[in-house]
Design a protein around this ligand. Structure first.
Ligand code: NOJ
Length: 761
């Protein structure tokens, strides 16, 4: 290497003259100045240094996977040599600064490290788990929560979150259903984009924003039988329309990175899929950010039976377009020999490095590699009071009222006595959910605490835990122990119920029942919770059931035993306060389910946007139903009650036909017919009756939220354009096909009015 040239190029990297401040919104808007700088850096790099940029190592601040056996001394040496481009699980302003220093002070080219972390629903301040937050259908609030999470994360020196997860998932058994926006591709798209915008802000270079990561590309949520990491088999139409739609939206929104997935699709592991990564993402969608592997997923090509050793795994993954190896230790071993033996072309490495450096430039790391690592800011920002205010607000917006017989809710604040019962009632830890980043243990407001704060001194609270649910130490890699036997607390619970006017029972799941690897074969209340509910309901039937859970549950029996049900998911730091707000009417519940709740596990995967089949349901035997039960779920997608009622006027369509790029308008008047103000989510579904590929019986394609005072009405307008109608057709492109359509509008995926129109192209 010409040493003079090296000096010049190093100047390019470190001197202010060449500082780069990315003003672009998304990663897809190329900045030519940056691209030239990247050219000159790549020109200087040895093959080893290029490979280094493609290697990500794990730190020790959190456990989010199975760490490889590399010792810390070797790791340090590799950092010094510029053989590592990124680290995950290195946290705090101090530690990130120190690690960055190792690279900046020792490596030849001084290319800053990129620090990543799973900030899934908050860093210190916890927001509702993503599935729960999605129940708000409130894109502004969701964006705000992501932006606060970004602010806290960035202040702790971390540049990049592995979120949002936008895997459409239809199976309640799959533990990771809790991490996404549920079963609908459109809802996953708009919520995914809101989260990306929240994390990345208008400018990645801002110290209050971080890079986002659309994951897992692709099909991870379709694991057979809901068993995590399991095989996926879908055809092209389903892949594009049901799975890829949110990823396309994420790419268009300029998400800085993608992560591939552990699963195979139709015989090809996603990590080695050129079709997904090269043809679709980097080809058709012209995506310019980089693709990180999932944890060790390149090495897992071997147990998949797709690669016989690390050399082949590395070759397959890099050729397929995986740019960075997360803790798989494959690229560091395989890529250099692959190049020297001419098995792969060095330009493949150049292209991957270019994408990685692009993200580092956009984050402003070349300008100041330490800019995010500021201990003073970290202290000021984490758990700032205004973050908790926002957390309470989004938490209460995420609560779904599933049942409210005889208007038992809201409770009166001067109710004489309330029994608060259940293993989760005074649990200050479970509301934090899984993937809780740096939340302090036991730091959530419990339901009991929330209720105590909300009621006056005249109300007696009779608390009884009743039973344990999860037992012992809980952590990411540890199996959860559930109390299946000890019912000794039931008597005390029954006594509490006997002596109280109203019973509030807090049941559901331990926080570690959902999340990675937390698949289940059953979805009923686990442990002795059903026994507890049986015992209490015999004594006092005036029960309000508060559910805490990360997946749809089988509520068939509890639904018959209680008067009211509030689905509260895992609501985060302010859970108890938010729940009390809804319990006592300070907030009128407005959440709507982002997933169908089945009658039993045998209905899974259950989703509203199913196909008609050649034999749509009838009472006869040879039709698509079940002989031992209903095929309809218990609570449908989009469902959620309010303390008020809304009446929908007749749907008005501006025309019954349109063509080309034209649009038509649909309007509907919505009136608050109850006694209190409330927020309604008006949902619009489309059905393409006959198409080149069969289409679902209905698909969400738009929604609006309005707040109405009692007696007030508002006309809600939707524009129907070719975009509203498009899908991935037999022509292998996203387009609207001419034909007959039904458009349905209403308050959930079942209670809908319908009108029809024709589209001609
Ligand atoms: C594996 C998970 O599948 C992925 O979502 C996560 O980001 C990584 N581990 C890193 O923790």
């Amino acid at each position: 290497m010409n040493i003079q040239y090296l000096k010049i190029a190093l100047c390019l990297v470190v001197t202010p003259v060449f500082q780069m401040t990315a003003q672009t919104k998304g990663i897809n808007d190329l900045d030519l100045v940056v691209e030239h700088k990247i050219d000159s850096i790549i020109e200087l790099m040895t093959v080893k240094e290029k490979v280094g940029q493609m290697v990500q190592y794990n730190g020790s601040f959190d456990v989010t996977g199975i760490p490889s056996d590399i010792d810390s001394k070797t790791k340090l040496e590799k950092l010094k040599n510029g053989e590592v481009g990124s680290m995950l699980n290195v946290l705090t302003a101090k530690a990130t600064r120190e690690a960055q220093q190792v690279v900046m002070e020792n490596s030849r080219l001084k290319i800053p490290l990129l620090f990543g972390y799973d900030v899934i629903h908050g860093y210190k301040t916890m927001f509702p788990v993503p599935l729960g937050e999605s129940a708000s259908w409130d894109l502004e609030a969701i964006q705000l929560s992501a932006s606060i999470a970004a602010k806290e994360t960035a202040a702790a020196g971390v540049h990049w979150t592995f979120a949002p997860m936008i895997d459409v998932s239809r199976d309640a058994r799959w533990g990771r259903i809790m991490e996404g926006a549920g079963e609908d591709p459109y809802l996953n798209s708009v919520i995914g984009v809101a989260r990306i915008n929240g994390f990345q802000g208008g400018n990645l270079d801002d110290i209050a924003t971080i890079a986002a990561c659309a994951k897992h590309f692709a099909g991870y949520g379709f694991a057979e039988a809901g068993r995590d990491y399991n095989t996926v088999n879908v055809g092209e139409s389903e892949l594009q329309n049901a799975i890829l739609m949110p990823f396309k939206a994420a790419s268009e929104a300029g998400v800085a990175t993608f992560m591939n997935s552990f699963n195979e699709i139709d015989g090809v592991p996603a990590t080695a899929s050129s079709h997904l990564q090269r043809d679709i993402l980097k080809g058709e969608w012209d995506y310019k950010g980089f693709m990180v592997s999932d944890w060790g997923s390149i090495a897992e090509l071997i147990p998949h039976g797709f690669a016989k050793d690390k050399m082949q795994a590395g070759e397959l993954a890099v050729v397929a377009g995986s740019d960075m190896d997360m803790e798989g230790r494959v690229y560091e071993e395989a890529l250099e020999p692959l190049v020297s033996q001419s098995k792969i072309d060095e330009t493949l490495l150049d292209a991957a490095v270019r994408r990685i450096l692009r993200v580092k430039f956009h984050l402003g790391l070349f300008e100041d590699p330490y800019k995010y690592s500021d201990a003073k800011r970290e202290k000021e920002v984490l758990l700032a009071p205004e973050h908790l205010v926002a957390a309470r607000d989004i938490a209460r917006k995420s609560i779904v009222l599933l049942k409210n017989e005889n208007e038992v809710l809201p409770l009166k604040k001067d109710v004489k006595s309330i029994a608060v019962i259940g293993p989760l009632a005074d649990d200050k830890d479970s509301p934090l959910g899984n993937w809780r980043a740096q939340a302090n243990k036991n730091s959530a407001v419990s339901v009991l605490e929330g209720i105590k704060k909300a009621v006056g001194s005249a109300t007696t609270i009779n608390y009884a835990k009743g039973a344990d649910l999860g037992m012992g130490e809980r952590s990411f890699l540890m199996p959860l122990k559930i109390n299946e036997a000890d019912k000794s607390g039931l008597t005390e619970a029954v006594e509490a119920a006997e002596n109280s006017e109203v019973v509030v029972m807090v049941l559901g799941e331990d926080a570690f029942q959902t999340g990675e690897g937390r698949s289940q074969t059953g979805i009923k209340l686990r442990g002795v919770q059903q026994d507890l509910l049986d015992a209490v309901s015999e004594i006092n039937s005036n029960i309000v059931l508060i559910l805490m859970n990360g997946r749809p549950l089988d509520l068939s029996k509890p639904n018959e035993q209680v008067s009211a049900i509030l689905e509260t998911w895992f609501l985060g730091s302010e859970a108890g306060n938010a729940i009390a707000d809804v319990l006592f009417g300070a907030y009128n519940p407005s959440g709507k389910l982002p997933v169908s709740f089945p009658r039993n596990v045998g209905q899974e995967p259950l989703y509203y946007n199913q196909k008609n089949t050649g034999r749509p349901f009838s009472d006869m035997v040879t039709y698509s139903g079940y002989q031992d039960g209903s095929r309809e779920g218990l609570f449908p997608f989009g469902y959620g009650l309010s303390y008020t009622t809304f009446e929908y006027g007749k749907l008005q369509l501006s025309a019954e036909e349109f063509s080309g790029d034209a649009t038509i308008e649909l309007s509907v008047e919505v009136t608050n017919t109850g006694k209190v103000a409330g927020k309604e989510t008006i949902q619009l579904y489309i059905h393409d009756l006959f198409a080149s590929r069969t289409r679902p019986v209905k698909e969400l394609r738009d929604f609006r939220q309005i707040t109405l005072e009692p007696g007030a009405s508002k006309t809600v307008n939707f524009t129907i354009s070719p975009k509203t109608l498009e899908f991935y057709t037999a022509n292998k492109m996203w387009e609207a096909e001419a034909g007959e359509f039904e458009v349905m509008v209403g308050s959930n995926s079942v209670d809908l009015q319908k009108v029809t129109f024709q589209y001609k192209n």
